[in-house]
Design a protein around this ligand. Structure first.
Ligand code: CMC
Length: 389
């Protein structure tokens, strides 16, 4: 009868049923298909996690091998996608190119656009998981003017991505196991996070029956903002702007000042009000990677001190603001050699499996309905129109 709940920002709205990911924000718990993120980050590889999220459970050895070969079969993108890139300015933001090229995939892979067909849905999911690293690396290569590098199916998912990012045809390229492990862990820690803004965007786009490539492009767009996936880039830029430990109090004061729009990037979360379990793993990983690679990054010192000062400040304690996953991920990505403007693309690559698993779960549900929120109208009452003529 026209009555509905007004809930700006969906602070108290459950939009769907889902069996993929569980979060207890008060206790700092994150489970994928029931498995704690800390265990997955330590002992599983990203493709195993992809199998869990998309296909419902941890794979057996045979299932893992089969899944891996299915994914690697799809790692190349259609050769004409190269031409797509050449339409962009070479200084375009990589997320702008990613948004366009992911959406553009729907003009290539016509054989998996029937969203009511389970097999086609799974094929598009496999294609997306396989092709995102290729597209993301192409964004980078296009920016720096180096030739695109084809995928190599003999490498792991993470190593293949690093090879496409950093190898050049002119010389041999070796990937250190520490870097490969760190990359894989970053993928795992960002793989899914239930109904966040970008996943909800993918679900809403998909609820109209839109094709999966268009839906994932919508997810990439939603992720881009600094309150969401853009936070890792914004956080590193912030640490660079702070520069030295003695400038931290100035930035803390700005973050607390209501008249200043500045926020501590990498701090706070809508759901976690105790700690972000991904941040705890990422913090450890950050120290490990920096020491294994023998990188002395002064930004780590700034980050550690900033964390210490913020955590002992009553403002942050009262508002339950803790470092989130993106507080440390930027430092790890920087140590690996990934430029700052690529950080959000790496997040998009990692989250693609989460997006497409949610889309597949929603499309498999016979009760699925188009998403259609209502509004609280604040405009004019009905009035008489006076024709201009
Ligand atoms: N620095 C300073 N104050 C903050 C911050 C911050 N990072 N985050 C929240 N606050 C304050 C905010 O001003 C508000 O104060 P008041 O109640 O006096 O108006 C209060 O804390 C609650 O903030 P909110 O914006 O109402 O909370 P939210 O749940 O809508 O927003 C958030 C969550 C993550 C968008 C926000 O904490 C934020 O902008 N953080 C910085 C950006 C960031 O790191 N985002 C990455 C999130 S984790 C990765 C991902 O999932 O994408």
């Amino acid at each position: 009868h026209g009555y509905f709940t007004y809930d700006p920002g969906f602070m108290a709205t459950g939009s769907c049923e889902s069996a993929i990911t569980y979060i207890d924000g008060a206790a700092g718990v994150l489970l994928h298909r029931g498995f704690p993120i800390e265990e997955l980050a330590r002992d599983a590889d990203y493709l195993e996690v992809c199998h869990m999220l998309l296909h419902g459970d941890a794979p057996s050895k045979e299932e893992y091998e089969e899944f891996k070969s299915t994914i690697t079969r799809h790692t190349m993108v259609h050769e004409q996608i190269n031409m797509f890139f050449h339409g962009f300015r070479n200084d375009a933001h990589p997320m702008a190119m990613l948004c366009g090229t992911v959406g553009g995939m729907s003009s290539f892979y016509h054989s998996d656009l029937d969203v009511s067909n389970d097999e086609e849905r799974k094929r598009s999911a496999h294609r997306l998981i396989a092709k995102m690293p290729t597209l993301v690396a192409m964004c980078y290569k296009y920016n720096i003017g180096q030739p695109f590098v084809y995928p190599r199916n003999d490498l792991s998912y993470a190593a293949n991505f690093l090879n496409m990012m950093f190898s050049v045809p002119a010389e041999e390229f070796e990937i250190s196991p520490a870097v490969e492990r760190a990359m894989d862990r970053i993928f795992t820690l960002h793989a899914d996070h239930e109904q966040n803004a970008s996943t909800s965007t993918v679900r809403l786009a998909g609820s109209s029956g839109a094709n999966p490539y268009a839906c994932i492009a919508a997810g990439v767009a939603s992720l881009w903002g600094p309150a969401h996936g853009g936070a890792n880039e914004a956080c590193l830029n912030m640490l660079e702007e702070i520069g030295t430990v003695d400038r931290i109090p100035e930035f803390i004061a700005r973050a607390k000042d209501k008249a200043d729009p500045f926020r501590l990037m990498g701090f706070g979360h809508r759901v976690y009000k105790n700690h972000d379990p991904r941040a705890t793993v990422m913090r450890e990983s950050c120290h490990e990677v920096l020491s294994e690679l023998n990188v002395k990054d002064p930004l780590l010192e700034v980050a550690m001190e900033l964390e210490k000062i913020a955590l002992s400040d009553p403002y942050f304690a009262e508002k339950k603001l803790f470092p989130n996953v993106d507080f440390y991920s930027g430092i790890v990505l920087k140590a690996i050699g990934i430029p700052t403007n690529m950080f959000t693309c790496i997040f998009a690559l990692s989250r693609t499996v989460g997006w497409i698993s949610h889309w597949h779960e929603m499309m498999s549900d016979p009760k699925q309905k188009i998403g259609r929120p209502r509004q609280l109208y604040t405009g004019h009452n009905q009035r008489k129109y006076t024709p201009l003529k």
